[in-house]
Design a protein around this ligand. Structure first.
Ligand code: G3H
Ligand code: 13P
Ligand code: ZN
Length: 311
């Protein structure tokens, strides 16, 4: 099976009351850890590449790693550009074989967001590629953009219908309380999703796939493991996984997770070096790190997304 778009995946997810995991990839071990998990659980998968990942690993290397994953697993896998910030970047990924792109013009005024999104949609659809757009602003860090909590804003449900109709986008990322990165909310607080906003969006966009970014939950055992092995991460928590599970049963069809994989990988490597200070073969620490990613993704597939057995 070649790389697929998200169209069929989202249709099934919408009606099946589950979501597809969109996991960020930067190197071979990350691709392998994620795809091993999806294969074991027979789960559909979105592998996504940020502008920074593409700069780090090179478009062709990432493309070929993902193609290898498709051959190896036989799973339906979509390759998606995460947070595309310009028409040129989206075009380059479309021309280079991605099956899905995000144009993130959410920080621009409404009319500019519509105009840029529309431009990307026209090019993408001419080339059989689907487009995710965003309305509303999440807090946190993504690529080089850092949005403070004060500058973040929930999506306004009254805008979504006009936005989707005028842009022709295939899915919509909304801001309902998630945020990017590992430093999301203060420990001791009780972060929740605004599921009431999601419900309002769903009423206005029946059967339309909604996307949640910033959906890492910052598992405390990994923060602890990092700090016990020489790290110095300040305390922080994410949205509870139980909240995300509720969203996955509603109109949310794609849930983006990156930071939790980074935490699992880093915790594992720090612990390894603490226990084996004389080791220097990268396979010795990248192998267990890959296993840690696999276990994290399996947990997300079963306990957050509910997409096990849906490939
Ligand atoms: O939302 C952003 C993703 O976590 C990608 O992060 O830009 O550091 O690759 P990155
Ligand atoms: P996290 O930082 O919460 O993992 O979010 C990732 C993301 O939204 C990628 O687009
Ligand atoms: Zn994001």
């Amino acid at each position: 099976m070649p790389l697929v778009t998200t169209t069929e995946m989202f249709k099934k997810a919408y009606h099946g009351g589950y979501a597809i995991g969109a996991f960020n990839v930067n190197n071979m071990e990350i691709v392998q850890g994620i795809t091993e998990a999806a294969q074991e659980l027979n789960a559909p998968l979105i592998l996504q590449v940020s502008k920074g990942a593409r700069k780090y690993a090179n478009h062709t290397y990432l493309m070929k790693l993902v193609e290898a994953a498709v051959i190896n697993t036989g799973l339906p896998i979509a390759l998606h550009l995460d947070h595309g910030d310009s028409f040129e970047l989206c075009k380059s990924c479309i021309d280079g074989g991605f099956t899905s792109v995000m144009i993130d013009a959410s920080s621009k005024p409404f009319e500019e967001n519509i105009a840029l999104t529309r431009q990307v949609v026209e090019y993408a659809h001419d080339h059989g590629v689907v487009v995710e757009a965003e309305l509303g602003t999440l807090a946190g860090i993504e690529d080089e953009v850092n949005v403070s909590a004060e500058d973040s804003s929930y999506t306004r449900p009254e805008d979504v219908q006009e936005f989707v109709e005028r842009t022709g986008c295939d899915s919509l990322a909304i801001a309902i309380g998630t945020s990017h990165g590992a430093y999301k909310f203060k420990p001791g607080t009780d972060p929740k999703l605004r599921l009431d906003i999601l419900e309002e969006v769903e009423k206005r966009l029946p059967e339309f796939p909604i996307v949640l970014h910033g959906s890492s939950s910052v598992p405390q055992e990994f923060v602890k493991m990092i700090n016990e092995n020489g790290g110095n991460m300040p305390g922080a928590i994410g949205i509870p996984e139980s909240e995300l599970r509720k969203a996955a049963k509603m109109a949310v069809c794609k849930i983006n997770i990156d930071s939790d994989l980074r935490l699992a990988m880093t915790a594992c490597i720090r612990k390894y070096f603490n226990e084996h200070p004389d080791h220097f073969d990268p396979r010795q620490y990248l192998g267990p790190a890959r296993d840690a990613i696999r276990e994290m993704v399996k947990h997300k597939i079963v306990d957050v997304l509910g997409c096990d057995g849906k490939a």
